[in-house]
Design a protein around this ligand. Structure first.
Ligand code: PLP
Length: 463
């Protein structure tokens, strides 16, 4: 082996280097993981051509520094708490709804043995989710409820359970792609039904549905256009027209609502269909997500008659799609907060949605005025935010952001994201924007501290 390769330090020497040893001893990283990082760094150095390696620092200090960076990368891959300063409240990539403190407490309790399928009062076996289901029926007026893994799972169960092997009529205006490259029509087909598309992208009439009904029809499905909007020359039938057409032909009408808004949002200037209205309109099954406007954990909810829901409950797929006790604990707590009538104050997703823009601006100003003078220009800027997560498509909410104008906004964005506070922002017009509408007010202090820390390091030329 040529000279420079032989001079590379041994793995154990790097593991004993104070910067690495301290991370292992403090329990921040497992020794095995640290060793794997050291080996990876040494392998990378060994793979360099001799002349390149000659010009590379390979002292124990330099190798330990590389290994520490590798450890940091692996640490950042862990699931961990982040600060969502993107301005998108229900950010699917950030886990959608932030759970309430109450929900977090109930999840923490449920890690122990719980009464997930035992009735404490009788000692007999009970059904998973009874309490959450009864809260759901009280909140929505539905006769019965069933909880599954997510709304996509709810649509699969609803379709497979009511129309397996048959045709399901759907408007061409509702063939939605929901993100992550997934298209709902593909999910529906995977549920073992044949989609029969009717109408056009902008207009579908009740007669289009009527003409498509044959002996092969198993159900009529409506999908809420959650993440896009059509405007102009558009029309589609009202709920009551679809309900009466389906009743006439004894077909189930399935209403996939997605967003799952339990409270009327008009008082805060937003429009989204309310679940109880859709139930009252007479849909046979109403489906929605738990982690969108309901503000709870990932879940899919099916509402309908006791008979229909019981039939779906018995379906083998229901067993495959069931939720865990931690989800149920968080969902119960969130639903109780809705039932107590203080959802806007208690459920973070709704608090964020309803916060007056002036309050958000004030929070931004507070951060800005506490920061020391630096070479960065830090100002407050009015913004437009979105609910995200496939809710309130096309409706923006006025918000406010801290704007940082600096020489290298991309680097700052990265430093905020990978730094200890894990802050996600965005770049707009050459500056970094930290939008506070999607941030819990308790985290404002952390944002300020992190900006202060990065300002100091930028002063020393690191940024
Ligand atoms: C979001 C959405 C879904 C998917 O819900 P998940 O809970 O993410 O599975 C399905 N249908 C509609 C109409 C939606 O808005």
């Amino acid at each position: 082996m040529p000279g420079p390769h032989r001079r590379l330090p041994a793995v154990h020497r790097i593991l004993e280097h104070p910067s690495i040893r301290q991370q292992v001893e403090s329990g921040r990283v497992a020794r095995q993981e640290a060793a794997a990082c050291v080996r990876q760094v040494l392998d990378e150095l060994r793979a360099l051509p001799p002349d390149r390696l000659e010009q590379t620092h390979t002292s124990p200090d330099a190798v330990a520094e590389r290994a520490a960076a590798c450890i940091q990368i692996r640490q950042n891959e862990r699931l961990q708490r982040l600060i969502n300063a993107t301005g998108v409240i229900l950010h699917t990539n950030l886990g959608r709804a932030v759970l309430s403190g109450r929900a977090a407490e109930r999840v923490a309790q449920a890690v122990a043995a719980t009464n997930v399928e035992i009735d404490r009062n009788t000692g007999r076996r009970s059904r998973r989710g009874v309490r959450a289901e009864s809260l759901l029926t009280r909140l929505t007026g539905a006769e019965a409820a069933l909880i599954v893994n997510n709304c996509a799972a709810a649509t699969m169960l609803a379709l497979q359970g009511t129309a397996a092997g048959k045709e399901v009529i759907i408007s061409r205006g509702q063939l939605v792609e929901i993100g992550g490259g997934f298209r709902l029509p593909d999910v529906f087909r995977a549920a073992g039904v044949i989609l029969k598309e009717v109408g056009t992208a902008n207009r579908t009439r009740i007669d289009d549905y009527r003409q498509a009904i044959t002996s092969e029809t198993g159900a009529v499905l409506r999908v809420h256009r959650s993440n896009f909007r059509v405007s102009g020359f558009v029309s589609e039938p009202e709920s009551r027209e679809l309900v009466s057409l389906c009743r006439e032909h004894s077909l189930p009408f399935i209403d996939d609502l997605g967003s799952g808004c339990l409270t009327d949002l008009r008082p805060v200037g937003l429009q989204e269909p309310v679940v109880s209205d859709r139930v009252a309109a007479g849909a046979d099954l109403v489906l929605f997500s738990g982690d969108k406007l309901l503000g709870g954990p990932q879940a899919g909810i099916l509402l309908g008659s006791a008979e229909r829901i019981d039939a779906l409950r018995q379906h083998p797929l229901a067993r495959a799609l069931r939720v865990c006790k931690l989800t149920l604990a968080a969902l119960e707590a969130t639903l109780e907060q809705h039932l107590a009538g203080d959802a806007f104050a208690a459920v973070p997703a709704l608090t964020m949605l309803a916060a007056p823009a002036a309050d958000i601006r004030r929070r931004c100003e507070q951060i800005v005025c506490r920061l020391p003078k630096s070479s960065w220009q830090v100002t407050v800027e009015d913004t437009r935010c979105e609910a995200g997560g496939g809710c309130l498509a096309g409706q923006t909410i006025p918000g406010a952001a801290v704007r940082i104008t600096c020489d290298h906004p991309q680097q700052l964005l990265r430093a905020l994201r990978t730094g200890p506070a894990g802050i996600l922002g965005r770049i707009e017009n050459g500056g970094v924007l930290l939008d506070l509408r999607s941030v819990c007010p308790d985290d404002d202090r952390l944002i300020e501290q992190e900006l202060r820390r990065l300002m100091d390091s930028s002063g020393s030329g690191d940024l």
